[in-house]
Design a protein around this ligand. Structure first.
Ligand code: C5P
Length: 389
């Protein structure tokens, strides 16, 4: 675990304690700046190991290569703006940087800084660079900052980091270094300032998939429709309302994605005109005209490169299997997940679902009715195990 110079360093003590409690063996490296915020004695006591700061101590050289190979996982929490910049650019002026550059294990980074520094394009570019090296960035939280201002930039809470780490060691980690785009929930198409056309999707399935991917080490970009359930804390969430907004968000995020799962129940139609004022009732029949929305999955199918996997969902009420396979082909998806509406307990709003997955060769993978969390696992297992089919 690396600790750098940020006021959030005081939370590192809680994190070390929590990791030890969970059975981890922890070796702490601190930067000189970190030692101004929290005492190495506290960390060595909690970690039950010597705390290392310098490349050279008492005329002995700290072997950063061995340390980098010793760990199953390297966590830098808090990661200051300066450390992030150095990591992104290969600087090697302290022990932490040397170990980072030598580490052969996955690396997770929990940034902590004031909002303006967090939002600065150079910080964001550096974080993107780190992600491109396969490192995982743990999302910052919003709230009170050391400056007294309130905003984004707080380090993820030690409990959250512990949970991610527990997930990392428990699961297969077969999505570490991968980015997964998930669309979930309904879309609302405005008719007037207060009314909309929507559907009964709750986003449960997509959120379960997002959670599963996070647990398996992925970075998840979740494009979430309105009124959906709580998204995972560790996902990068874009909240959208209409099909057009969902289209724009998915198309923008797709180039970053290794895998895209389009679970959202996107409206197929949207009103031709949206009334500026609330439509007044009268005794006549109300007629509204609708036009088609853009098919997001189809667009991603056109944009897809050979390295990306695209997964669609189908909800059919007749000729289910034939229609699902047809959809897979016309939208150029690699897999399609067919939800059965005929089965009690499957589909919208339920906590369970029953699915059949089809691949491009029309091979089917049927599953029993299961909780949506278990269905999410089946979907990810199936697409990863059969991606070259
Ligand atoms: O054609 P249909 O709507 O039945 O296809 C369902 C699949 O297509 C789902 O994966 C859904 O998320 C996606 N879809 C989409 N954009 C639309 C309509 C559907 O991405 N406008």
């Amino acid at each position: 675990m690396g600790i750098t110079g940020s006021i959030a360093a005081y939370k590192a003590a809680v994190l070390v304690r929590s990791l030890i409690k969970n059975g981890a063996e922890v070796k702490v490296i601190m930067t000189v700046a970190a030692c101004d915020f929290i005492s190495p004695l506290t960390l060595s006591t909690l970690s039950k190991n010597e705390v290392l700061t310098d490349l050279f101590e008492d005329n002995t050289w700290a072997n950063h290569v061995i340390l980098g190979r010793w760990a199953d996982l390297m966590v830098i929490a808090p990661a200051s703006c300066n450390t992030i910049a150095k990591m992104a650019n290969g600087h090697c002026d302290n022990l932490l940087q040397a170990v980072y550059l030598s580490a052969t294990c996955p690396v997770m980074i929990a940034p902590a800084m004031d909002e303006d520094m967090w939002k600065h394009p150079s910080t964001q570019t550096n974080l993107k660079k780190l992600e491109s090296y396969g490192n995982t960035i743990l999302p910052v939280e919003s709230g009170e900052l050391a400056s007294g201002l309130s905003g984004e930039g707080r380090m993820a809470e030690p409990e959250t980091i512990t949970e991610v780490l527990a997930g990392f060691f428990k699961k297969k980690n077969d999505l570490t270094g991968k980015t997964v785009l998930v669309s979930a929930g309904p879309t609302y198409e405005a008719i007037d300032p207060v009314r909309f056309i929507g559907n009964r999707s709750t986003g449960k399935m997509g959120i379960a998939i997002a959670n599963e991917c996070i647990d398996r080490g992925a970075k998840v970009i979740l494009v979430l429709g309105p009124g959906a359930e709580e998204p995972p804390e560790l996902a990068e969430v874009t909240n959208v309302e209409s099909a057009a907004e969902m289209y724009a968000a998915c198309v923008a995020a797709f180039p970053r994605a290794d895998i895209a799962l389009m679970c959202a129940a996107v409206s197929d139609y949207t009103p031709v005109t949206v009334s500026k004022e609330k439509i007044k009732k009268n005794d006549a029949v109300l007629v509204a005209e609708f036009k088609r929305t853009e098919d997001i999955l189809k667009k991603l199918g056109e944009l897809k490169t050979g390295k990306q996997l695209l997964v669609g969902f189908a909800l059919e009420t007749e000729n289910e299997q034939a229609n699902a396979v047809k959809k897979l082909k016309t939208k150029n998806a690699d897999f399609i997940v067919l939800n059965s509406l005929r089965d009690e307990g499957a589909g919208f709003g339920h906590n369970t679902n029953k699915i059949i997955i089809f691949d491009k060769a029309e091979k089917s993978y049927p599953f029993e009715m299961k909780k949506k969390e278990a269905v999410a696992k089946d979907i990810i297992d199936t697409i990863l195990n059969n991606q070259h089919a």
